[in-house]
Design a protein. Structure first.
Length: 175
């Protein structure tokens, strides 16, 4: 399946050089991922983060956050066309950790965001995740939540780009 120029412009976050690399690519059929559903769910997470008006945190906290997506995680357009599982596992581990953090330090205004993260996780391969819980007093939770939301926003932007790319590659493919 070749992707036309008009289709390439729809891939959010992709510059023209990266979009040119899409031509003629498609993800392997062995995948059973609903890419369009993942794209929609990841954009829903970003929408909820925007509604929460995430601000930059002055002093970072020492909390066990998921590692950032890095080059060796194979989330680049070329690697996604060959094997998306490494990238999906990294995304899944990160989302599981953010789900744990959002649940642990929950505030009433993050309910829809937690639901959006859960919805995206249901579309991804299952991944076991566990991390130590830290006990905090109620007054500390607000500052912790700001840090969590800021880090989640940065992570979610990359995740949305990955799923936008994968959805564009597979829009005519039944997986």
């Amino acid at each position: 399946m070749a992707i036309g120029v008009a289709d390439m412009r729809q891939v959010s976050g992709m510059d023209s050089l990266a979009a040119g690399a899409l031509r003629g690519m498609r993800l392997r059929r062995e995948s059973n991922i609903d890419w369009q559903g993942c794209k929609t769910a990841s954009q829903e997470i970003l929408k909820h983060l925007q509604e929460l008006n995430v601000t930059e945190v002055e002093k970072p906290l020492i909390i066990s956050f998921p590692q950032r997506i890095e080059c060796n995680d194979h989330c680049d357009p070329d690697s996604l066309g060959k094997n998306s599982m490494l990238c999906l596992m990294k995304i899944s581990r990160g989302l599981h950790r953010y789900q744990e953090l959002l649940t642990q330090y929950a505030t009433s205004d993050t309910t829809e965001l937690r639901t959006a993260v859960t919805n995206l996780l249901q579309l991804l391969p299952k991944n076991e995740s566990s991390s130590p819980a830290q006990q905090m007093q109620a007054w500390e939770k607000l500052h912790v939540m700001d840090t969590i939301l800021q880090r989640l926003q940065l992570f979610a932007i990359l995740v949305a780009r990955v799923f936008s790319h994968c959805a564009a590659l597979n829009r005519d493919v039944t997986i």
